[in-house]
Design a protein around this ligand. Structure first.
Ligand code: ADE
Length: 413
């Protein structure tokens, strides 16, 4: 199928970006070295819906070199990089995505992607799998399974499974240790600040930063805010996570109180309507709002527009909303600030996440016929294989238990 991209002439810049990340993804390079020879995906069609930037592109190329026919779309209208999309097309991968797609175009790109009639799927956020079940049920019997990248997607898949609607095995890659411990915490922690700093060019030290949601992503964002010299306030609904935030040295309070003192607000909850009218009314003049959750539903944009009318673009990725004599700034239209205003997680982090993705698809292939529909855990050995490879890439060796120690640990006496 012909690709649907903005401009093929942008490919040279895209190739540069892909080559750079490749140099910094040693674990994925090891997987590639193995699978280039064994070609486990020969004759297999893979449909991917991920943030279409350089690391994703490199993984798509690894799958292609491992024998697959790859079709890819973006998982967020603002995270697609047109130069990277063009480079992939030059390399023989079918791409349906462009930056700043309208909702209609975004959906059209997903439809086109599924029309490749995939055997395997990689999804980020659950849109592709939901569309597969809602619009292409006739394709389900040939789909061997899929892998989901993110917390929001896994939550959505579990809801599908609970309703009896999920008809294929889906591996929750997000729940692997080598995913959430590093990608969600250190990846989001760094890339969110990359996005905020690139879009605002303002200082973080001395500011009151309000982190809303203290899951693995929130913990990373708060940790890095503290490292940059901010005073961190955490808002939570879960009492255990709230205690954890206190013990980590942060202030904890309800958002309605934090609204009055915060300089920068970051939503990382995965939930909708988190910052709403009551909070907007209490914000200080000049407060900056942004989101790092998968969907742009955490900051209530319709309510903000109702209060302030149309915003003005004051800088790339910074919109000012004016009401009651104050200006409130919204970054990246309330979409994932780390991907819409920056390049997503660092390459060395996505190295592990994407090695897990490729291994997850390999596992689905190898076990095709014996896996039942539902949300599956990635086997521990696969997680450990990635960790061992990461240690090797870092040139770090670790200790091993002696036989006597193993015996001790297995004895109850
Ligand atoms: N790059 C590609 N996919 C990503 C993700 N899910 N999060 C951050 N950066 C990414």
């Amino acid at each position: 199928m012909v690709s649907t991209i903005r401009n093929l002439a942008l490919a040279p810049e895209g190739h540069l970006k892909i080559n750079w990340v490749k140099e910094h993804m040693p674990v994925l390079n090891e997987v590639a070295r193995e699978f280039r020879q064994t070609k486990p995906f020969s004759g297999v069609r893979i449909a991917i819906c991920l943030h279409l930037e350089a690391k994703t592109a490199y993984m798509a190329k690894v799958l292609q070199e491992s024998g697959a026919e790859v079709t890819i779309t973006g998982s967020n209208p603002l995270s697609t990089q047109d130069d990277v999309a063009a480079a992939l097309v030059e390399d023989g991968i079918t791409v349906h995505a462009w930056h700043n797609a309208t909702e209609e175009e975004y959906n059209d790109h997903l439809h086109k992607t599924l029309q490749c009639q995939p055997h395997l799927i990689i999804d980020d956020g659950g849109d592709l799998v939901a569309m597969l079940h809602n619009h292409y049920p006739h394709l389900l019997p040939q789909v061997e399974g899929g892998a989901e990248e993110t917390t929001t997607g896994v939550i959505r898949l579990r809801a599908m499974a609970a309703a009896g609607a999920l008809k294929i095995p889906m591996i929750a890659v997000n729940d692997a240790y080598c995913k959430y411990l590093f990608d969600n915490r250190y990846g989001t922690g760094q890339s969110v600040w990359d996005g905020i700093m690139r879009s605002t060019n303002l200082v973080v030290a001395g500011k009151v930063v309000v982190v809303i949601g203290y899951g693995w992503c929130g913990k990373g964002v708060a940790m890095r805010a503290k490292g940059l010299g901010a005073r961190v306030v955490v808002c939570e609904v879960d009492p255990i996570k709230a205690v954890e935030a206190v013990m980590d040295g942060h202030d904890v309070m309800p958002l309605i109180e934090a609204a009055k003192i915060g300089d920068v607000f970051i939503t990382v909850t995965g939930c909708s309507e988190v910052i709403t009218t009551q909070h907007f009314l209490n914000l200080k003049d000049g407060a900056i709002l942004c989101n790092a959750g998968h969907f742009d539903v955490e900051i209530d944009k319709p309510a903000l527009r109702k209060l302030a009318g149309e915003p003005t673009l004051v800088r790339r990725n910074v919109e000012a909303y004016e009401f009651n004599g104050k200006k409130i700034y919204l970054l990246a239209e309330g979409r994932l600030v780390n991907l819409a205003a920056a390049d997503g997680h660092p390459a060395e982090i996505m190295d592990m996440s994407f090695a897990l993705q490729v291994e997850a698809l390999h596992y689905l292939r190898q076990n095709h016929g014996s896996l039942s529909a539902g949300v599956l855990k990635l086997p521990q050995q696969v997680d450990e294989k990635v960790a061992w490879r990461k240690l090797a890439a870092l040139n770090i060796s670790i200790d091993t238990l002696t036989e006597k120690q193993k015996k001790y640990l297995n004895s109850w006496q």
